[in-house]
Ligand binder design. Structure first.
Ligand code: CP
Length: 316
């Protein structure tokens, strides 16, 4: 494929290819190594219309490790503030002939729309509450490295599922790889329809965590609650915050994950987040660089093949 817009479009083989290539970029100290100049001569533009710490910086690092020319568009100071539309911004950038466009946008579907207007590979770095495919891929790599497999695991995804693109992409990926997924959280934060794509729904944290291999916590995404019901943080932590007592319901070797940014004392107790025997939160960040290198390497291979075919056709 030319783009990575969502996990929805990937097959289990596609997922395995990304994870295997990403793994090959990680050395024994869990550091990603510069292995090739796969993106040499290519231009990567990062367009983030929403805040990001982890995703933007790891895409930048990943591109540089593979030899791309990387440009970060500052959307806070761009002409978007003057009313330029997403499509006009995209067409302007397209005229600069980028090869890879990495886009985060607050509206679900905005990245798909943009991909239809440009001539390069587009990577969805998170669109509204729709998808965050590279997050699910880096989570899968982290799980596979910790558990030795990415099949036949029980994964509890807990908290504000309704507003979470991370939950949606993870649910899709884990389902495709034949895992058992439980979505755990208050009914007010549980979307309709996720049960239809194979998840078990549970509103009791202890029941939801029972015998889980992986516990994935989500942030309360107040910025997407649109004036709807926002639970009190104290009450929320009491019922749904991950602490040692609730974690004891999961398997003794269960790992704890969080995509970040994390609100300590709201969805997760700080001591659990920092417990190096249970928490793989820092490893998730480390795997983010490797996974983004793999995704861009594979898309660049497709792009070069596509351009090669087009050049051949033009010559005939
Ligand atoms: N997990 C994640 O997307 O983090 P950022 O918002 O910091 O990129």
């Amino acid at each position: 494929a030319r783009h990575l817009l969502g996990i929805e479009h990937l097959s289990p083989e596609d997922i395995r290819s990304v994870l295997d290539l990403a793994d090959s970029y990680v050395d024994l100290n869990r550091r990603t190594v510069k292995r090739t100049d796969a993106l040499a001569g290519l231009t990567q533009i990062n367009m983030f219309f929403e805040n990001s710490t982890r995703t933007q910086s790891s895409f930048e690092l990943a591109g540089k490790r593979l030899g791309a020319d990387v440009m970060n568009m500052s959307m806070q100071t761009s002409s978007v503030k003057k009313g330029e539309t997403l499509i006009d911004t995209a067409l302007t950038l397209n005229a600069m002939h980028p090869d890879l466009l990495v886009v985060r946008h607050p509206s679900s579907g905005a990245v798909d729309l943009l991909a239809q207007k440009v001539n390069c590979a587009v990577i969805n770095a998170g669109d509204g509450r729709h998808e965050h495919p590279t997050q699910a891929l880096l989570d899968a790599l982290t799980i596979r490295r910790a558990k030795g497999r990415i099949q036949r695991l029980t994964v509890a995804i807990c908290g504000d599922v309704a507003h979470s693109r991370v939950a949606r992409s993870n649910l899709l990926l884990l389902g495709k790889m034949e895992n058992r997924v439980r979505l755990v959280g208050p009914p007010t934060l549980m979307p309709a329809g996720f049960g239809d794509i194979g998840a078990e729904i549970c509103d009791d944290m202890r029941e939801g965590l029972r015998d889980a291999d992986v516990v994935m916590m989500l942030r309360l995404q107040k910025e997407r609650m649109d004036g709807g019901f926002i639970p009190s943080e104290r009450e929320y932590f009491h019922r749904y915050g991950l602490d040692a007592e609730k974690l004891a319901y999961a398997k003794p070797d269960a790992i704890v994950m969080h995509p970040g940014p994390m609100n300590r004392g709201v969805e997760i107790d700080g001591t659990i987040a920092d417990d190096i025997n249970r928490s793989v939160i820092q490893e998730q960040v480390e795997m983010g660089v490797a996974v983004r290198m793999a995704v861009m390497d594979l898309l660049a291979q497709n792009l070069r093949a596509e351009r090669g075919r087009a050049a051949l056709e033009a010559a005939h």
